[in-house]
Every structure is written in C-alpha cells, then in structure tokens.
Write a protein that binds this ligand. Structure first.
Ligand SMILES: [Zn+2]
Ligand SMILES: [Zn+2]
Length: 269
C-alpha cells in the first residue's frame, strides 16, 4: 500500500459509504502516513448522489478537523476538496481555495450545466476538457489533476486526438508544475469496457501514461477511496499500475501538497 493518499471521499457525496472515522482507522491500519480527504465539492447547482449540498460543508470540515486532532499523533490528516473548474461558480471555488488545506481538480463535467466527462465522444469535447484543465491551473485552483484521463470514459477509440490531448495535458503539468494522478478509483473498480479498438479499462489510459512517461510529468497515485475498505486492498492499485507497466513513470512520493497549496493560494485569481 502507498504511504500518502490525497484522494479520499466521504459518504456525504451520496455514492461513497462508511463513517469518516473508519476511513481514518483503515488508513492507519494500512500504514498510510498522510491522509487527505477530498470529497466532491458542493456548488449551488447539484445533482443528487453526486456531491454533498453546500449546507453540509461546515459539518464536513468540523468532522474531519476533529478527527485530525484526535489522531494527530498517529496520522497526518488534511482536509481538502475535489473541485471542478467551473468559472460560473467562482465564489464557491474561492471559498474552498481559502478554507481547505488543498484542492485537487477532478473535471467531471465540461461545465456545471454542460456535458459529463463520462459521456464525451468527440475531439471537440477533448479540446474543451484540456482547455478547462489549463485555465484551472493557470488560475491557481488546484494542487494536482485527478484522473486526467476520465474524459476517455466513452470516447470510442485511441486515436491521434487522444494523443494530442495527452500532450496538451503533459504541457500543462510541466508548465504549471502540477502533478497528474494515476487513479485507482472507479476506472479499475468496474469491469473492462468495450471500445472500437478493444476491451480495456476506461482509465487510467495507457495512451496517456505513455505520453506522461515520455515527458517526465510528475505522477501521483490516488486511491479515490469511496469505501473505508479501499485502504485494505492492493488490488485496484495493482490494476492501475499494471496499465502503465514497462513505462518509466515519474511517480513522486514526496509531494509537499501544503507547500503547493500555499503557492497556489497566492497565485489564485
Ligand atoms: Zn465519487
Ligand atoms: Zn474522486
């Protein structure tokens, strides 16, 4: 098991399960030293079972900060959020930027009322997605990019547009010094999916990992835990890593997310 995980959900989002404290206890049992909670950010517009409501955010902070204090001698707990780049929700994002220990970017939709990233099938979608990531990083919104390949979920084939998108994301990562995640969440928790060019996991994407390895982008492993038991198995971690087998990925284990958050808080606009 890894020692640091910044991608942990709570039951508030409606599709994760378990008590907050069970995530902490299982992480301790697994030997995790730094545990970052990053539940799905709430906005003014919400779809049910996708994220908590804005009114639950104070309780989210209180609960996790109490656990941080309770277990301070055993495990280093950080309280963050997994946010989207939604320019029309900027007041809310600014609040998260100020209040949370750190933010990760999980661009689950192209916009709060636009296409879901899980349902994008055209090169235009890929471009719009990469543009959102770039703007988010340019504006200091996030410390790392979660599942950068989520946009390939329903994209029908690995073609030149996929490689071009991976190159754009690699450029963003290098330009803004933002690590990219190897995600061990729903992409590898589900069965493989059928695409025009074969059967595979939707993400992580081998094509993306090839480009990220070639460019030497900083990579960070994220469990994307939605169940306390996710800390007690290596199965999904091994599945995700097997997708990049043989590539010299620049996986970093000493990412100082607090330092990165301080830096991005200053450049946030
Ligand atoms: Zn989730
Ligand atoms: Zn997540």
């Amino acid at each position: 098991m890894i020692k640091v995980n910044y991608h942990t959900h709570t039951s508030r989002c409606g599709h994760a399960i378990g008590r907050d404290e069970d995530y902490v206890l299982n992480a301790i049992q697994a030997g995790i030293k730094v545990l970052g909670f990053s539940d799905h950010a709430a906005y003014h517009l919400n779809r049910h079972t996708e994220r908590m409501t804005l009114s639950k955010v104070p309780e989210y902070l209180d609960s996790l900060r109490a656990l941080k204090e309770k277990y301070r001698d055993t495990i280093d707990i950080l309280v963050g959020m997994e946010v989207e780049y939604y320019p029309d929700q900027w007041d809310t994002l600014q609040y998260y930027r100020e209040e949370m220990d750190y933010l990760i970017l999980g661009q689950h939709s192209l916009g709060i009322t636009q296409a879901s990233s899980y349902n994008c099938k055209t090169p235009e979608h890929l471009n719009a997605y990469a543009d959102s990531l770039e703007e988010a990083c340019a504006r200091g919104l996030c410390e790392y990019i979660a599942h950068p390949d989520v946009i390939l979920f329903r994209y029908p084939r690995i073609d030149e547009h996929v490689y071009r998108t991976a190159e754009k994301i690699a450029d963003i990562s290098l330009k803004y010094d933002i690590p990219l995640e190897i995600n061990c969440g729903s992409g590898v928790h589900r069965p493989m999916m059928t695409y025009e060019d074969g059967i595979r996991y939707p993400y992580p994407s081998r094509a993306f990992l090839e480009v990220f390895a070639e460019r030497g982008c900083k990579m960070i492993i994220g469990l994307d835990a939605h169940d306390p038991r996710d800390f007690l198995t290596d199965i999904y971690l091994q599945k995700a890593l097997s997708i990049g087998e043989g590539l010299s990925l620049n996986i970093i284990e000493d990412f100082d997310i607090r330092e990165a958050a301080d830096r991005h808080k200053k450049s946030f606009y």
